[in-house]
Write a protein that binds this ligand. Structure first.
Ligand SMILES: Nc1ncnc2c1ncn2[C@@H]1O[C@H](COP(=O)(O)OP(=O)(O)OP(=O)(O)O)[C@@H](O)[C@H]1O
Length: 270
């Protein structure tokens, strides 16, 4: 795979302006020079094609894009154009017909470390549209720790699970909720927080979310937007959504998916 210099060189605002750091690029704003800290890894989706089994046409056609770590990407576009399918491919739930997804790490001087590493599905957390429909446990504790080795009696493993649980619950703001509560008894907004905690407990590096605001009232939507704003400080987030106005303040990069599975980087049409 051909590698390119750190994509931050072509990065656009919004940018985090910081004091000079290693791996930084100088930009000028209002005639003053700033240093912009560089991202040290990027998720690189390269030439993804996908043709569902038994069909004649590609649903996704040569999809390529780059998402620097701790940035927020948004994919919008017509219903049925293949956005959800792309998220499922990135999360490793479906295999692309061709193409790959990498993590490219950069050294302090901004040059790419060789070679890029294939992104393993364990590094990706996916929250489906209406995730509450997939809750399986009787209480919040079991729901969040479902995928962890809870039967392991090793004290170190138990401590690790407890730490991860606490961290996930805290980072989604579920600390005031009893872990004995039924997931289905939570409000709409809290169910979405729980769905995020289920992924965060697995400590993903990339979080992909399908329509995170769908079906919520205005208050819950505002809560989820605030939560995603906080999570963005720690994680790379890729969202598929039709709710462009509400998510716009978070968005660093956006792409439009057109029918025929063609993805193009575009500003949000708002
Ligand atoms: N395995 C498959 N076999 C056949 N068709 C499929 C398969 N997977 C997806 N499709 C079809 O591909 C199209 C794109 O689906 P997808 O859900 O990815 O679109 P989308 O852009 O997310 O739409 P929406 O915005 O409505 O959620 C749909 O028409 C879907 O039925």
């Amino acid at each position: 795979m051909a590698t390119s210099p750190c994509p931050l060189a072509a990065w656009r605002p919004p940018l985090k302006l910081t004091s000079p750091t290693p791996c930084s690029v100088a930009i000028k704003k209002n005639h003053r020079a700033f240093q912009v800290s560089c991202h040290h890894s990027c998720f690189e989706i390269r030439n993804i094609n996908y043709r569902p089994p038994g069909t004649q046409l590609n649903l996704l056609n040569d999809v390529s894009f780059t998402l620097p770590e701790k940035s927020f990407g948004l994919i919008f576009g017509r219903s049925g154009s293949g956005k959800t399918t792309l998220l499922q491919l990135i999360a490793g739930l479906t295999k692309p017909t061709s193409g790959s997804i990498y993590i490219q790490r950069y050294s302090d001087d901004g040059s790419p470390n060789q070679p890029p590493v294939l992104l393993s599905p364990e590094r990706v957390g996916i929250v489906f549209q209406f995730p509450e429909r997939y809750f399986v446990a009787d209480n919040v504790f079991d729901e969040v720790t479902f995928g962890l080795p809870r039967q392991n009696s090793d004290l170190k493993v138990k401590e690790l699970i407890a730490r991860r649980l606490e961290r996930a619950i805290t980072s989604v703001g579920l600390t005031g909720i009893s872990l004995d509560k039924s997931p289905n008894s939570l409000s709409g907004g809290y169910k979405r927080r729980l769905a995020l905690a289920i992924q965060l407990v697995q400590t993903p590096e990339l979080l992909v979310l399908d329509e995170p605001l769908a079906g919520l009232d205005w208050k819950a939507r505002a809560d989820v937007v605030k939560l995603l704003t906080d999570l963005k400080k720690e994680l790379t987030i890729l969202v598929v959504s039709h709710d462009l106005k509400e998510l716009a303040p978070l968005v660093d990069r956006s792409w439009r998916m057109d029918v025929g599975g063609l993805l193009t980087e575009k500003p949000l049409p708002i």
